[in-house]
Design a protein around this ligand. Structure first.
Ligand SMILES: [Zn+2]
Length: 269
């Protein structure tokens, strides 16, 4: 796999080990768990990432709704309400209609040492009947064909719009790095599970709403991350809702409450 030095450093910096011999409660045979410090939610930093922007419109609905506009409005409401509910430091990757390469979105989250990264999208699928919200985590193998196609399209944005990704292939720290990455993924999966459970009674979900795919924007090894598809612009009913400012606000508030309810238990997973 391709790692940057910054990836390895960040992943290791955020992973703590319980010292095996300093605590009397640990006998030599007690497994030493990998854990992260428990931080009060008000001291956490959460990065919310409205997908697409600028020359990249994202998905375009059947009546011409642009994904980039829908998700900016949802994310704006989401961020404001989440900050109000939790007292956490909430940062948006973009606040205006600008193009932002996927790698830069990940770098923003790493730069502010985010405890959580949530990417917000509203996509399209060839099956026009597909509708409802879903929550994605990172996986090298997509959970199904629809997920694979969505990830493929999202990841191609940078290639399409002329951004050249530069990586450093660094394999020396791979074992430690993989441990840190697994711990991050466990937290992402815990959050996904809780978000889906919370949102199920609040809004319409896609069939099998807990999905996984190889989204580049979720690849930060040190920051737990989920990508939320708020609905499908390829579905007439979803598009009619998603293009309404009132619904965009409603969705933002739903997401804020769901994350606020889930963050503590998910990040201590
Ligand atoms: Zn998208």
């Amino acid at each position: 796999m391709l790692l940057s030095f910054a990836d390895v450093k960040a992943a290791l910096a955020r992973t703590r080990w319980i010292a095996p011999s300093s605590s009397p409660s640990h006998s030599p045979s007690t497994p030493v768990p990998l854990h992260r410090p428990t931080i009060p939610v008000a001291q956490r930093t959460i990065v919310i990432d409205p997908g697409h922007g600028g020359i990249d419109p994202g998905a375009i609905g059947r009546t011409g709704t642009y994904e980039k506009h829908v998700v900016l409005s949802v994310a704006d409401n989401f961020a404001e309400e989440l900050g109000r509910l939790t007292g956490a430091r909430v940062k948006l990757t973009r606040q205006t209609d600008i193009f932002l390469p996927l790698e830069e979105r990940v770098a923003i989250a790493q730069g502010v040492k985010a405890d959580l990264f949530v990417s917000v999208h509203a996509d399209a699928a060839p099956e026009q009947s597909a509708r409802g919200l879903s929550v994605y985590t990172l996986s090298e193998v997509a959970s199904d064909r629809l997920s694979a196609a969505l990830a493929h399209r999202e990841n191609n944005v940078d290639a399409l719009y002329g951004v050249n990704l530069q990586h450093v292939d660094q394999t020396v720290a791979k074992i430690l790095f993989d441990l840190a990455r697994r711990s991050t993924l466990n937290q992402s999966l815990a959050l996904q599970h809780e978000l889906v459970a919370d949102l199920r009674s609040q809004t319409r979900l896609l069939d099998n709403p807990a999905r996984s795919a190889n989204f580049a924007v979720l690849r930060s090894p040190s920051v737990p991350a989920v990508l939320i598809e708020t609905g499908f612009l390829s579905n007439g009913q979803d598009e009619a809702l998603l293009c309404m400012p009132r619904y965009q606000r409603h969705m933002g508030l739903l997401l804020a409450h769901a994350v606020s309810d889930s963050i503590n238990s998910a990040l201590s997973a």
